[in-house]
Write a protein that binds this ligand. Structure first.
Ligand SMILES: [Zn+2]
Length: 263
C-alpha cells in the first residue's frame, strides 16, 4: 500500500462502513442488486458471488441482510477506500453474471435434440452446436465466442440481460410449442393462406408477413423453420392464445383478398 493510500485510508476509516454504504450502493443503481442464481448477490465492487438466500432481492432491504452486510464490513476495498470505493461498470457485471450462468449450465445449456444450443432469452435454436453426436460437450473455447456473438445480436438479451433469461422449464415447454406449431404448419390449411401478392398470412394476427413471400420463395423445410421462428418470436400474437388459432379459414381468406384494397 502506498503512503498516499495509507493516509487517505486513515481518513476514511473514521467513517464507519455502515454509514458509507447507503451512499455508494444506491437503491436506484441497477448494479447494486444483481442476483446470478436468485439465492445470492453479486458484489458490484469485486464481481464476487455472495450467497444470500435469506435476502428477498429488493434494493431497499439489501443493507439489512446479515449475509450481505457481514461480507461488506470485511471487504478490503471498503476498508481501504471507504466512500471512494468504486463499483464495476454494468457491462462488466453483466459479463461476469452471464459467464457464471454458462458455467453452471441449467437454462443456459439447453439444447435441441440435434445438440444445438437454445438461447435462454429468445428461446430460438441458435444453430450453434453445444452437444456433440457422442454426447460430449463442445469445446468451451469454440462455443463461448459463438454464443456471445448470438447474445450480442439477441434483442431479448439486450432488453434485459440480467433477468430476461427464461427458466429451463419454460425453454423446454417452448420446445413443445415448436413441435405443436410444426404440426399445425404442415396440416392446418389456415397456415397456408397467402395474399394477392404472395405474402404468407399470419393466422393469429390475420395479416400478411412481408418477409415470407411464397411467390418469390417456394415452400421448403428451411422456410418452414423461419416461419416457426417467427411464430414463436415477439412479433406474432399466437403465444397469447397458447397458439390456438381463433380465426377461421374464411376469415383469413377474406383478409388476404381484401389486403390490396387497404392501400
Ligand atoms: Zn437469443
Amino acid at each position: 500500500m502506498s503512503w498516499m493510500k495509507k493516509i487517505s485510508g486513515a481518513f476514511t476509516r473514521s467513517r464507519p462502513i455502515a454509514e458509507i454504504l447507503p451512499e455508494i450502493l444506491k437503491t436506484d443503481d441497477p448494479r447494486t442488486h444483481i442476483r446470478p442464481f436468485y439465492d445470492d448477490w453479486l458484489c458490484p465492487f469485486t464481481g464476487t458471488r455472495v450467497p444470500a438466500a435469506s435476502w428477498d432481492g429488493s434494493p431497499a432491504t439489501l443493507l439489512r441482510n446479515p449475509e450481505i452486510t457481514e461480507y461488506l464490513y470485511k471487504l478490503p476495498i471498503l476498508i481501504e477506500d471507504g466512500a471512494r470505493a468504486q463499483l464495476k461498470a454494468m457491462p462488466d457485471l453483466i459479463k461476469i453474471t452471464v459467464f457464471m450462468r454458462f458455467e453452471r449450465g441449467d437454462s443456459y445449456k439447453v439444447t435441441a435434440p440435434s445438440g444445438e444450443w437454445t438461447c435462454p432469452y429468445c428461446i430460438l435454436n441458435t444453430g450453434i452446436l453445444l452437444t456433440n453426436w457422442d454426447g460430449s460437450e463442445a469445446e468451451k473455447a469454440w462455443f463461448m465466442p459463438e454464443a456471445l456473438k448470438h447474445l450480442d445480436a439477441c434483442e431479448q438479451y439486450k432488453a434485459d440481460p440480467i433477468n430476461g433469461a427464461k427458466s429451463r422449464q419454460e425453454i423446454i415447454e417452448s420446445g413443445g410449442d415448436r413441435a405443436k406449431l410444426r404440426k399445425l404448419l404442415t396440416t392446418d390449411p389456415r397456415f397456408k393462406v397467402i395474399d394477392t401478392v404472395g405474402e404468407w398470412m399470419d393466422p393469429y394476427a390475420g395479416r400478411p408477413v412481408a418477409i415470407f413471400n411464397l411467390k418469390k420463395q417456394p415452400w421448403s423445410p428451411a422456410l418452414e423453420d423461419k416461419i416457426l421462428d417467427y411464430l414463436l418470436g415477439p412479433e406474432c400474437p399466437g403465444k397469447y392464445s397458447q397458439f390456438a388459432v381463433e380465426k377461421t379459414l374464411e376469415d383469413l381468406k377474406t383478409a388476404a383478398a381484401t389486403r390490396m384494397k387497404q392501400f
